[in-house]
Design a protein around this ligand. Sequence first.
Ligand code: HSE
Length: 344
Amino acid sequence: MKHKLILIGFGVVGQGLTKIIINKKDYLKKEYDFDFEIVAVSDILKGSIANPAGLDPEKLLSLVKKGGKLDEYPEGIKGMDALTTINNVDANIMIELSYTDVKTGEPATSFCKAAFIKGIHVVTSNKGPVSLFYNELKNLATSKNLMLGIEGTVMSGTPVLNTALKSLAGCKISKISGILNGTTNYILSEMEQGNTYEDALKKAQELGYAEADPTGDVEGWDTLAKVIILSNVVMGGNVKIEETDNEGITKITLEDVEKAKAEGARWKLIGETSLKNGQIEAKVAPVKLTLSDPLANVMGATNAITFETDLLGPVTVIGAGAGKSETGYSILTDLLDINRSLKK
Ligand code: HSE
């Protein structure tokens, strides 16, 4: 099946996805009958280009690699902003990869709504719209018989939401807890090696784990957004960010880390959501874990999550939580999911 894709945002994730689908084009067609045409790309910084006949993905990548604007692409309609692109270009899937704002969810939420109103499926790794408006967006999609793919919003392409919703279907999940932010886990791991908080944060920024404003990472907001997504998507809640307790790692000192080490324990920033007496309780806080806890041994920028289930006991998934091809892959897995459903 051939899909016409619109990409809103062509930064790290959009380029990561494009590279993957170029490299795997033949394999995806042969194994999954998945074929694609990128018909438009609109990026707030890099400009925009649309062509109903399809754009050459290699050309798109080489343009932005050289620092050029998408408008320099030789053939096509130029200058359309994201909403104009969604409303005017004929496509069946919109991939929403604009910048993340977990306070307002905009402009991404408006882009998702516009796509659904127009009748096209949406795939996004953007935590803004999903942490704030998941239920509203999901209802809108369902009312139009459309799909909303969001695997990349928690632990990038490491299968967390699909594991919970599909592979663990039939199990009752009573609690989810995890290390959901690479930057803070990296900082705590570095501190255990004797490095200071400041040096570790600087290194995490250099390595590209941290958000543009690392306050979101170290004060727990990034983890909290993911906890809200897990609460609402997996536990069926309607939990709001402002109703949830959140504490980051900024108060953890080198002495705290060393003391824990001497006790055979380790500080980790844990995001948690659980069902208690029919109520969902979500929170983010640093927790001193004994080394026998599987989450205690997850080091560096790696993420991990444990689902407490009735039929399997604890199920832990460990893997990447960020990155160009890792998050690019999260979009691919959702695209393949849509492809599979449409072929039924
Ligand atoms: N800044 C985030 C992290 C990126 O460190 O995990 C992925 O959400």
